[in-house]
Write a protein that binds this ligand. Structure first.
Ligand SMILES: Cc1cc2nc3c(=O)[nH]c(=O)nc-3n(C[C@H](O)[C@H](O)[C@H](O)COP(=O)(O)O)c2cc1C
Length: 304
């Protein structure tokens, strides 16, 4: 039986639902010798800021039970270098490119997004709303529905590309923020970004990360991510959602699709095995075939 894996998230059309998540796969080109990039549903780039950033000092990662904490600090080449040097190389693979946009001010988000939207060959923008807001003492933009709406609306006006808002889980109820993002013009939502956490080393009697606080990801976060996903799905039944958090097997990805995901993103699992996204893609394909589903539409949202 032929299986159709194509998905449409509003205006954004993807050949299949399996993407690599922002910040966990570089800009994509780094992996060209290890992974057949042409088969990915999309590559989400690491988040780009206006100027290049060195990120935080080491140690920047710490392993935790079934997960990891990171404090990379938005290290990146800056949007101009990406557009000039990296994007032309990445375009050669023909894989949909989703550029993750970051900022410490509303103006920075807008300027980065406007520059990217003038470039050729970008399929969509993903707004990283977990960035620290300079004007509010480093609070994440995405914990406030009002700030989220402001960022999404301003980027919407500045850039004519499909727009994905990526939500932070670091608040009790994500649904008001999700609603605000959609009302302000987001075509789709991805959720979740990392959860705030700390880790202490009893032997050195220090925090394990230079910045003390980091973001938790990996299998440990999956039930939390799926909880938020399920709640947002209920609140916004007509908005395309992308499930992110703790996916490392085909079943993990299928769970999100059953909960109503149009697509999924693979993050921390790329560090364990860079080909994970393709193995998950093959696993989804086999599952559909074995269980007699012709497309993802038939499977999506069966658990609600
Ligand atoms: C080392 C590392 C760097 C990350 N960098 C970014 C980033 O630049 N922008 C972003 O939106 N998310 C970033 N994330 C979050 C992931 O894209 C993803 O939302 C999160 O890790 C949960 O998925 P996972 O459990 O599959 O890793 C990063 C995660 C990790 C582990």
């Amino acid at each position: 039986m032929a299986v159709n894996l194509q998905v449409a998230l509003g205006r954004l059309r993807l050949p299949n639902p399996v993407m690599v998540a922002a910040g966990t796969f570089g800009y994509g080109v780094e992996y060209r010798d290890l992974v057949d990039l042409t088969r990915l549903g999309a590559i989400v780039t690491k988040s780009l800021t206006l100027a290049p950033r060195m990120g935080n000092p080491p140690p920047r990662v710490a392993e935790t039970p079934a997960g990891m904490l990171n404090t990379i600090g938005l290290q990146n080449d800056g949007v101009d270098a990406f557009l000039l040097e990296t994007l032309p190389r990445l375009r050669e693979y023909g894989v949909p490119i989703i550029v993750s946009v970051a900022g410490e001010t509303l103006e920075e988000y807008v300027q980065v997004a406007a520059k990217v939207s003038r470039a050729e060959g970008v399929a969509a923008l993903e707004l990283n709303l977990s960035c620290p807001n300079q004007a509010r003492g480093g609070m994440e933009f995405g914990v406030s529905a009002e700030l989220t709406a402001q960022v999404v609306a301003a980027v919407r006006r500045a850039a004519d590309l499909p727009l994905i808002a990526k939500l932070t889980p670091n608040l009790g109820d994500l649904t008001p923020v999700a609603q605000a993002a959609v009302d302000a013009g987001a075509d789709a939502l991805s959720l979740i970004n990392t959860l705030l956490g700390v880790a202490v080393d009893a032997q050195t009697r220090r925090f394990r990360l230079s910045s003390k606080v980091g973001g938790l990801s990996g299998p440990a976060v999956k039930p939390i991510a799926q909880y938020h996903f399920w709640r947002v799905r209920q609140a916004l039944p007509n908005t395309p959602l992308i499930g992110v958090g703790g996916i490392s097997t085909p079943d993990d990805a299928l769970e999100y699709i059953l909960l109503g995901a149009h697509a999924v993103q693979i993050g921390t699992a790329n560090y364990v095995q860079p080909t994970t996204a393709l193995e998950i893609l093959d696993g989804i394909h086999n599952y559909l075939q074995q269980h007699g589903f012709e497309s993802l539409d038939a499977l999506r949202g069966l658990v609600g």
